[in-house]
Write a protein that binds this ligand. Structure first.
Ligand code: PBG
Length: 340
């Protein structure tokens, strides 16, 4: 019978009974069946803190981003909060550098001061601090150097843990270690708990790759290594099983959230990590990934808004709960426009 063959055609998804374009016909229908929508509250804005007052130093390689003194950082953070952005991720920039990163854990360090100002000025914004030594060492590496000039894992842990404690004491909600030393999550958890900061969460940069896409950031943070590169501690880009081992280790050591970085060029890793843990997964849309879109848009080669939103949506579709992006404020505003 005719109806039988019709059912068969529908059941097997065959044309012309089945037409996928019916659900793409109007904007209203497309919205109705949309599978992934990014929320502003999932976004985290990275910010660069410098000492002083009234200081705004735009970063050439990161259009729209400036190094800010605490007073101006509070204004920018308020704009982010009002746009609905969920949190900020703080980096410190300083010329007070030595071999053992003393200024990383100073109570009056740049990040510590910025955290104080932010928690006083915009208390409901989540303040996350990047915990790393590279911006505070005169050699620019993320840990301490041994006699052979290599980054020495175990002695670095104490300095990293002290840095995390100083951020927590300043009021950080979350500390985010990005140095890729082995055992740092456990060392930080122990140090936080024994200093009365058991409520401070750890977002671990679990799978952080030695990526070419960090270039613009190193200009912003003045944190490029003086010699060599970071391949001895950051992950080798071709590896994905290793990312899962890193995630499992960080979970076992007490991480509250895990991160994959970069994001847009590592969507397979984001997806695999999503499947490997029940913890919130963050993905860092890094400086190079952001600046490529900005640069192409400046030349008129890409539509900035569409390219940025497509990228952020892809990161969430791959499995990220949290997206760290320099485009957070613009993206949050665009999302509100789209929702209305
Ligand atoms: C510090 C750190 C880096 C980034 C975040 N934390 C640079 C690096 O590892 O060299 C990169 C962020 C970005 O590119 O947006 N270790």
């Amino acid at each position: 019978m005719g109806s039988e063959s019709t059912e068969t055609a529908a059941a097997t998804g065959a044309f012309p009974i089945v037409r996928h374009r019916r659900l793409r016909r109007t904007d209203a229908i497309r919205r109705l069946v949309r599978e992934v929508v990014v929320r502003p509250s999932q976004l985290v804005l990275p910010m660069f803190a410098v000492a002083g007052e009234g200081i705004r130093q735009p970063v050439d390689a990161l259009p729209g981003i400036a190094r800010l003194s605490p007073d101006l950082m509070v204004e920018e953070a308020r704009a982010a909060y009002e746009a609905g952005v969920g949190g900020v991720l703080l980096f410190g920039v300083t010329d007070q550098k030595d071999a053992v990163a003393t200024s990383a854990h100073a109570d009056d360090g740049v990040v510590q001061q910025a955290v104080h100002a932010l928690k006083a000025g915009v208390p409901d914004l989540v303040v996350i601090t990047d915990v790393c030594l590279c911006a505070y060492t005169d050699h620019g590496h993320c840990g301490l150097l041994g006699a052979d000039g290599e980054v020495d894992n175990d002695p670095s842990l104490d300095v990293i843990a002290r840095t995390a404690v100083s951020h927590a004491r300043a009021g950080a909600d979350v500390v985010a270690p990005s140095d890729m030393m082995d055992g740092r999550v456990g060392a930080i958890r122990t140090a936080l708990d024994s200093s009365g900061n058991e409520g401070t969460a750890i977002m671990s940069y679990s799978a952080k790759y030695a990526s070419a896409f960090y270039g613009p950031f190193r200009e912003a943070a003045e944190s490029a290594p003086g010699h060599g590169d970071r391949r001895g501690y950051q992950m080798d880009p071709p590896n994905i099983r290793e990312a899962l081992r890193e995630v499992r280790a960080d979970v076992a050591e007490g991480a509250d959230m895990v991160m994959v970085k970069p994001a847009a060029t590592y969507l397979d890793v984001v997806h695999a990590v999503r499947g490997a843990t029940d913890l919130p997964v963050a993905a860092y849309h890094v400086s190079g990934e952001y600046s490529m879109i900005k640069a192409a848009a400046e030349r008129g080669w890409l539509d900035e808004r569409q390219a940025m939103m497509e990228t952020l949506t892809a990161i969430v579709r791959a499995g990220a709960d949290i997206v760290i992006t320099y485009a957070a404020i613009d993206a949050a505003k665009w999302m509100k426009e789209d929702a209305s």
